[in-house]
Design a binder for this molecule. Structure first.
Ligand SMILES: *Cc1c(COP(=O)(O)O)cnc(C)c1O
Length: 738
């Protein structure tokens, strides 16, 4: 804070809280807080790319004076600040209300990706958004947590599509001086630096802190003078194809993370690993305990009881496996410090599945944590089956891999206009519906919302999405940054009155983005129906080294430019948090057709469902649990056919022709398609409680965090079940829940 305060000398004392607020991502899921920045200077807010750190620094005095003289603005400022200050206390939170000892030591949450805001682009896809939503929800519920990740100085790629439809991997160094992060400092106010112990080569790590509500997110960075040039760029970009660099990143994340926490005096009680990438954290934790005088077995037992591991990847090939010689090179001085020999050490990462040797990060995490879960019912059982061989080698009393189905952070993904509409009609009956959104009975009153009102809010969001797409293409064109084909393919011909399907996710092969083009003639007839036309908006990035994914983008891009498709196909560049919001708020139908059982959970469909966007999805991942026959459409229920692609595509065409299109265009005299709106309401009320991060985090607390934190010993064991357990009566799995 010291080093940045001079940027803010122009901010008057009366409004000084705005500076702190701009550094806490809490504003981003609190519409009233966001409005404080927007209203201060709407143009500046837009120009800053909705980045309050940047906007405040450049804010001309006249806007501050205007706000100082605006009693209404000051009143709202005070109200937001009062709420903001409450974040500093843990009393009154859901977690504090349920724990015998609210002074709980935090859980250390580790993830290689965090999907938060476009100013912190440290995500490639769903894994990152899950982590971002998880820590936001822990903040809301008051679950004590500190999160650890990496600060990628170039973020992930910026996607531009070239004239030939080929994805170009544009890189852009992030300007950290205007990002909502601050350097972690030592007692003297200098950047804090820790060394990774017993690791070859010598690596120093510094840290940045982002505030995510009550949760501190520590982002590790090797780009400091203390390091050799080759070490400095370990953290320069997310997911390099290079195994050596990736291994070093995982060493920095896991071992550096634990070192940083220890150096900061964070007395964590448990560790939660999101995917296998950070699994070295458990080794470093064991090493600390061994250095304290414990035996390896004792230390490993302690760590195991206090560790939670969430696995997402349903195929052996998807896990990180490093060559043993590489591991041996970096850990040669490390493993003797664990008090074990070379064979024992390598056995920790031995993979019983997939055959060939190597050091498997998922196997390491599974061996060293007692609490393991997949991220949907299906993913849990696939994982359990895949790792069966590993369980055979382990002690009999080890729990099998369980599951906690993913959820999304409702205040992040529910559109504010829709939220206001729901509030207007539900508030009189259920004033705390938003706080209790994970309770299905809170949603009983959704039918109080008149169809017409819901429909009009939806149409406005759709118009906003299409305006946004066209405006960006217009600007590219005006700035001579593009060619005519790109303007067309990018969505210039989209029509807000047409039934609109959205398809947006990573362009990786199993997601089958091109599936709907399997029978181009049939698709053309659906899109070009003169009375009931359909249009499709695609978005998504291919991994920089995934040429197959880039080819799929290219072929969609070519289709989008072919007149036969009638201008009804668009590909929107640079899919990220911002475009995702426009899409899940504004399209009519969310299409998802991965190859089962590859979709661990899928979360974008939950975001759509929450906003009344109807899912048309294959039965895989979360939709196996979410689909109830009335809240969207499903296909592909497990039948083994010789040509799966053709069968799934045909199912999509059938559903579109026979159900989706007729229902959408069955508009009554009042201009409202009532049967469609009925499904929208069903989609919101059935999916929101079940697939909220609130339900998910409450489950983590009850099933895993409590025992991992040793809470059972304090408030449960022997007498009553833990109180957190009781409070999630309506969490998944209870009879009658869905
Ligand atoms: C939610 C989200 C994802 C995850 O989507 P899936 O359907 O799980 O693949 C990926 N990227 C962005 C930008 C998201 O918001």
């Amino acid at each position: 804070m010291k080093s940045t305060s001079h940027y803010y000398s122009h901010i008057p004392e009366r409004l000084s809280g705005l500076v702190d607020l701009s550094y806490n991502l809490w504003w981003s899921w609190n519409p009233d807080a966001k409005a404080l920045f927007d209203e201060l200077n709407p143009q500046g807010w837009m120009d800053s790319g909705h980045n309050p750190v940047r906007m405040l620094r450049q804010l001309p005095d006249e806007f501050l004076h205007r706000a100082l003289n605006d009693r209404q603005y000051l009143r709202r400022y005070d109200a937001v600040m009062e709420e903001f200050l409450r974040l500093k206390q843990s009393e009154g939170t859901w977690f504090a209300g349920r724990m015998a000892d609210p002074g709980n030591r935090p859980i250390a949450y580790f993830s290689a990706e965090y999907g938060l805001l476009s100013t912190l682009p440290f995500f490639a896809g769903g894994l990152g958004f899950l982590a971002g939503d998880h820590i936001k929800e822990c903040s809301d519920l008051g679950v004590p947590m500190v999160a650890v990740g990496l600060l990628y100085s170039n973020g992930y790629l910026h996607q531009r599509i070239g004239e030939e439809g080929w994805q170009q991997n544009a890189e852009e160094r992030i300007d950290f001086s205007s990002a909502p992060v601050r350097r972690v400092l030592d007692e003297e106010g200098c950047p804090l630096v820790v060394e990774l112990p017993f690791i070859e080569p010598r690596i120093y790590v510094s840290g940045w802190r982002a505030k995510v509500g009550r949760v501190d997110l520590l982002l590790l960075d090797t780009d400091i003078e203390e390091n050799d040039p080759a070490i400095r760029n370990i953290t320069s970009r997310l997911y390099t194809g290079d195994a050596q660099r990736r291994l070093l990143q995982e060493i920095v994340l896991g071992i550096g993370g634990i070192r940083m926490l220890a150096r900061l005096g964070v007395d964590f009680s448990a560790v939660h690993l999101n995917e296998g990438h950070p699994a070295f954290a458990l080794l470093e934790w064991i090493r600390m305990l061994v250095a304290d005088g414990r035996s390896f077995d004792e230390a490993a037992g302690l760590v195991m009881r206090s560790s939670v591991f969430t696995t997402h990847t349903p195929v052996p090939a998807g896990h990180d496996v490093f060559p043993c010689n590489l591991i041996g090179h970096h850990f040669g001085r490390f493993y003797p410090e664990l008090g074990i020999g070379r064979d024992h050490f390598f056995a920790l990462g031995d993979q019983p599945v997939g055959g060939h040797g190597g050091f498997n990060m998922t196997a390491l995490a599974l061996r060293l944590s007692a609490h393991n879960n997949g991220v949907s019912r299906m993913n849990g059982s696939v994982s359990r089956e895949m790792w069966r061989a590993l369980w055979q080698e382990m002690a009999e009393d080890r729990d099998p891999i369980g599951y906690i189905t993913n959820g999304i952070h409702i205040n992040t993904w529910l559109n504010p206009d829709l939220r206001a509409l729901i509030d207007r009609y539900m508030n009189p009956y259920c004033p705390r519906w938003l706080e209790n959104h994970d309770n299905p009975s809170s949603w009983r009153y959704i039918n109080r919302i008149p169809d017409e009102d819901l429909w009009h809010v939806h149409l406005a969001l759709k118009r906003k999405l299409i305006d946004r797409i066209r405006e960006y293409k217009r600007r590219d064109w005006a700035n001579q940054q593009t060619h005519p084909g790109s303007v067309l393919a990018g969505g210039a011909l989209l029509d807000p009155t047409v039934l609109t399907i959205g398809f947006a996710r990573r362009f990786t092969t199993y997601k089958r983005a091109g599936l709907i083009f399997s029978d181009p003639e049939r698709l053309k007839s659906i899109l070009n129906n003169p009375y009931k036309p359909v249009q499709i908006i695609f978005a998504g990035k291919a991994h920089p080294s995934d040429d197959e994914g880039k080819r799929i983008i290219q072929s969609i891009y070519h289709r989008a430019r072919q007149p036969e498709f009638g201008g009804r196909i668009a590909f929107v560049e640079d899919y990220g948090e911002e475009i995702a919001k426009y899409l899940v708020h504004g399209v009519d139908v969310w299409l998802n057709n991965p190859l089962p059982p590859m979709e661990a959970s899928g979360t974008s469909g939950m975001k759509a469902a929450l906003n009344g966007v109807l899912n048309l999805s294959i039965l895989d991942g979360w939709w196996l649990e979410g689909y109830n026959g009335r809240n969207g459409w499903a296909f592909g229920d497990g039948s083994s056919v010789s040509d799966r692609d053709a069968a799934d595509a045909a199912a999509i065409y059938d559903i579109l022709e026979q159900q989706v299109v007729p229902r959408y265009y069955a508009v009554a005299g009042d201009g409202v398609p009532h049967e469609w709106v009925k499904m929208m309401k069903e989609s919101i009320q059935s999916n929101c409680p079940a697939f909220s991060a609130r339900r998910m985090v409450k489950e983590y607390v009850a099933r895993y965090y409590n025992p991992a934190m040793g809470c059972e010993e304090r408030c449960g064991r022997g007498d009553a079940p833990s109180r957190a357990c009781e409070s999630v009566k309506y969490a998944a799995g209870e009879p009658g829940y869905r």
